[in-house]
Write a protein that binds this ligand. Structure first.
Ligand code: KG4
Ligand code: ZN
Length: 355
């Protein structure tokens, strides 16, 4: 089955063509056009600017994909598009384009949940077949969730952030420290400059940031207070902004605080649900320290549990993950015929729930 996929939920325009054979996936083509330069002066994503960029770039990316891989409507069996959650002006560009293609080419169309996409990024690649039950830690700019899956397309959210998402906290801390946008990659790069295993010493004073909700009796997260704690340290020591070493120490301590909580809650969830696989997904899963430390913690506490990571290429928003999630959604559906007329019914949904 050849799946054409489109993703426009936030600030990346992405298209992909994926060949699915017996739950194995070959990525024929995958293009992403990032809007970082457009949003950077604003310190965050501006929804209407994002939509304008998607409108400009989506036809160009589709043309490139179609030309490079000699695609015609005959080669396509299914169209998958991110239906939500995300920014509504941005989602509308992708869903309307997918609907137009599905109508013109008379193809089935499937609306995919963005977070399902991040989970299914772990199924890309010939030997990537995580075993159920799966516990997924999804960490992105808009979400921080622990999701339990007993089978394909069966999602139970067992923990989530009560306020900011982990990626959002990285972005806000970068803003406080005048580091630019998006914050995650910059903060983690600067954190790497700080000497490992040394405390956060700023202008002679030792700082330890809080690990919010680390010992709470549930699987939820909270990152808003952590960001505020960073803000107060900077407010009380404005010289930090001019000192490379102090910035690196604070970034490292912040990153470690986020990682400690993410790992603590994932281990707690694993004790409760006993999964065969623990997998990581979402933009923050590109974070090197998180990838390594979570792996070490799982190995120590659950040596028989498999740890699964997406290729970093598929950590950040992309359309390949939407194609793979779309494939399993199509396969799991009781009535596949309904997707043929979906160009009439599919609506972008900024607050789409994962079911
Ligand atoms: O999944 P994603 O591409 O978009 C959303 O669905 O939100 O995630 C983007 C988020 C941003 O907040 C970005 O700062 C964060 O992922 N991010 C990182 C890293 N790379 C991206 N956070 C920490 N470390 C990274 N290396
Ligand atoms: Zn995402």
């Amino acid at each position: 089955m050849n799946i054409l996929a489109i993703e426009t939920s936030c600030d990346e325009t992405a298209v992909a063509l994926v060949l699915a054979r017996k739950n194995s996936f070959e990525v024929i083509g995958d293009f992403v056009s990032s809007q970082i330069k457009v949003h950077a002066p604003f310190g965050g994503v501006v929804p209407n600017l994002a939509a304008r960029e998607h409108l400009k770039n989506l036809p160009l990316l589709l043309k490139k994909l179609i030309k490079k891989h000699a695609i015609s409507s005959k080669n396509i069996d299914l169209i998958a598009v991110t239906q939500g959650p995300g920014l509504i002006p941005a989602l509308l560009i992708g869903t309307n384009c997918a609907k137009a293609l599905a109508y013109t080419w008379k193809k089935p169309l499937i609306g995919v949940h963005h977070i399902a996409g991040h989970i299914y990024a772990n199924f890309v690649g010939e030997n990537s077949k995580p075993k159920f039950p799966i516990l997924a830690l999804i960490v992105s700019g808009g979400h921080t969730q622990l999701i339990l899956m007993k089978k394909h397309m069966d999602f139970k959210i067992v923990g989530e952030t009560l306020d900011d998402a982990a990626g959002e906290a990285f972005d806000k801390v970068a803003r406080i420290l005048n580091l630019g946008y998006p914050g995650g990659p910059i903060v983690s790069e600067i954190a790497d400059e700080h000497k490992k295993n040394t405390s956060c010493k700023i202008l002679g004073t030792k700082y330890q940031l809080p690990r919010p909700m680390m010992n709470s009796n549930n699987l939820n997260f909270s990152f808003s207070g952590l960001k505020t704690a960073v803000l107060y340290v900077v407010r009380d020591n404005l010289q930090i902004l001019k000192r490379k070493k102090s910035k690196a120490a604070l970034c490292a301590e912040f990153q470690q605080a986020v990682i400690d909580v993410l790992i603590g809650k994932t281990i707690k969830a694993a004790k409760k649900y006993n999964p065969k696989t623990i997998l990581l997904g979402g933009g923050v899963s590109a974070n090197r320290a998180l990838r390594t430390q979570l792996g070490e913690a799982i190995k120590k506490s659950f040596p028989n549990t498999k740890y699964h990571l997406p290729n970093t290429r598929y950590s950040l928003d992309n359309a390949t993950m939407i194609a793979v999630a779309g494939y399993f959604q199509h396969k799991s559906a009781k009535n596949q015929k309904k997707f043929l007329n979906n160009w009439k019914n599919l609506e972008a949904d900024a607050g789409l729930k994962l079911k």
